[in-house]
Design a binder for this molecule. Structure first.
Ligand code: HEC
Length: 475
């Protein structure tokens, strides 16, 4: 018979299930602390290796994917001197360690292979195309989104709540007047700007913004609201509210607004609202936050929306279980609705949005809390739509474009993702619903809030204080 530890022996006498005495019942600990306590002595304080191999060299004996890492930690490789931690570290905590190791490994790998960081007039060499980053408009403050009118005017939202117009290449000094008050505290602000597909005929411009209640009982609470209006000269006119949530559902705090919108071929309008920092709200269909919504262009609810028969559900909901979706665009060829969302540490996701489905937050995620404690060890569930991919370390995605131009032929129909924390522009090549190639196009030019197709076939990016575009290097 195997020898028993004293607590286990006692537990078996008292007929207490052994599980009750294991780590699973303890409050989950910070991954960095667990690492320092249980792993650093062999793998090195910074995972650089010691008596045990480095965990950040990019080379794995048993495979560097999540499942292999979890198995190594849970079961150990006792014959080779790696103890198993399944009895002392809970499944949630193992998940935290996997995120932490991946973060460290990812950072080490980006130090080994730095991405281009092109300054003005230098050529950056990418995998498929070389390019220059040219400044198009400067003098902006935290531009959030960009839209190109067919008559040549360019509209740019700024986070602080202002809409700017560029006319014949020159930024109008005054922002557009007549816009509603925008609460730009925290992550709040003026978000996406999108033109009606029939803009040339009807002139409708759509905006999403964080809308703060000025009256009791919920004074100060904020939610993402959607409006449309027209531009006359430099004035916002004809405003209509397209979506405004019931006031009792507005939330306090300045996090996770979503705020992206996209039209499909049939003029249905899709838009995202983040969970506003209230994780469980994302699963609650009676609340607007943590959802992708779908409406007619004038705000009417389509008769075939998925939750019309669900008692109490917000009728515009199209999909749920989202944390903070800040990228939402239709694929020009497949017609799929691509979305990315800003997850917790290690949980940024890329998804294809489908009618009525649950995308899992916070029941299943690849991420952990910012303080290093786990959220859950559940990364997948049969009733939950898995992401196409996720980013670990997190990049904090904000802005998505699927390249439609012809100036960079090899980029055609590929995904471009801009990011805040990682300050990079990524290219993703997708085949049969899988990401088969990923490249950091550039890095280190500051936080990026959006990437967009220009009418000239070039790719535009929004930097902290300007709009720039990527132009082929040969020209
Ligand atoms: C007593 C020393 C020791 C401690 C403590 C230790 N390890 Fe290990 N670990 C090893 C050795 C030795 C190996 C190599 C085993 C092999 O090659 O079969 C290893 C292998 C691994 C691997 C597999 C690496 C690969 O190339 O596939 C992972 C992952 C890992 N350890 C993580 C951890 C974590 C996380 C902790 C703390 C919870 C930890 N280790 C604690 C000694 C240790």
């Amino acid at each position: 018979m195997r020898s028993m530890t004293l607590p286990r022996l006692l537990a078996s006498f008292l007929l207490v299930p052994a599980a009750l005495t294991t780590a699973a019942e303890q409050p989950a600990r910070d991954a960095r602390k667990i690492y320092a306590e249980f792993c650093a002595s062999c793998h090195g304080a910074n995972m650089e290796g010691g008596s045990a191999p480095s965990l950040v060299s990019g080379q794995w004996r048993y495979g560097g994917d999540d499942a292999a890492l979890s198995t190594s930690i849970r079961n150990g490789r006792p014959q080779n001197g790696m103890p198993g931690f399944g009895a002392t570290v809970s499944e949630k905590e193992i998940r935290g360690l996997v995120v932490f190791i991946n973060e460290q490994a990812g950072q080490a790998s980006s130090r080994r292979t730095p991405a281009p960081s092109p300054s003005a007039d230098t050529v950056a060499t990418g995998k498929l195309h070389s390019f220059r980053v040219e400044t198009v408009v400067s003098g902006l403050r935290e531009p959030y989104a960009i839209a190109f009118q067919p008559d040549g005017l360019v509209l740019i939202t700024e986070k602080r709540g202002t809409l700017r117009v560029v006319e014949k290449g020159v930024l109008r000094p005054e922002p557009v007047s007549g816009l509603p008050a925008v609460d730009s505290g925290g992550q709040g602000g003026l978000f996406d700007v999108v033109l009606h597909p029939d803009f040339a005929r009807n002139g409708w411009i759509y905006l999403a913004f964080s809308d703060q209640l000025k009256t009791e009982p919920n004074r100060g609470a904020v939610m993402t609201t959607l409006i449309r209006g027209r531009l006359k000269g430099n004035t916002w006119t004809d405003q209509q509210i397209i979506f405004r949530a019931p006031e009792e559902t507005f939330r306090h705090g300045g996090n996770h607004f979503g705020g992206r919108l996209a039209f499909d071929k049939n003029n249905f309008l899709f838009f995202s609202i983040g969970e506003r920092g209230n994780q469980v709200d994302a699963q609650n269909l009676t609340l607007p936050n943590g959802k992708i919504h779908r409406l007619h262009d004038d705000g009417r609810v389509p008769v075939d929306n998925p939750f019309l028969k669900t008692p109490g559900a917000i009728p515009s909901i199209w999909s749920y279980g989202h944390r903070n979706p800040q990228g939402l665009r239709f694929h020009p060829v497949t017609g799929e609705l691509w979305e990315h969302e800003h997850g917790p540490r290690g949980g940024d996701e890329l998804n294809i949005i489908q009618r009525g489905l649950n995308y899992g937050w916070p029941l299943a995620t690849f991420g952990m809390n910012y303080n290093g404690t786990p959220i859950t060890d559940v990364t997948a569930r049969p009733d939950i739509q898995p992401p196409i991919t996720y980013w670990l370390p997190s990049i904090a995605p904000c802005g998505l474009a699927i390249y439609t131009g012809d100036r960079f032929p090899k980029w055609k129909n590929q995904l471009f993702v801009s990011s805040l924390a990682a300050q990079e522009l990524r290219r993703l090549e997708v085949k049969d619903g899988k990401v088969i190639d990923q490249e950091i196009i550039f890095k280190g030019l500051g936080r990026l809030r959006d990437v967009a197709n220009g009418p000239d076939g070039l790719l535009y990016v929004l930097l902290q204080d300007r709009v720039a575009r990527l132009a082929p290097a040969a020209e």
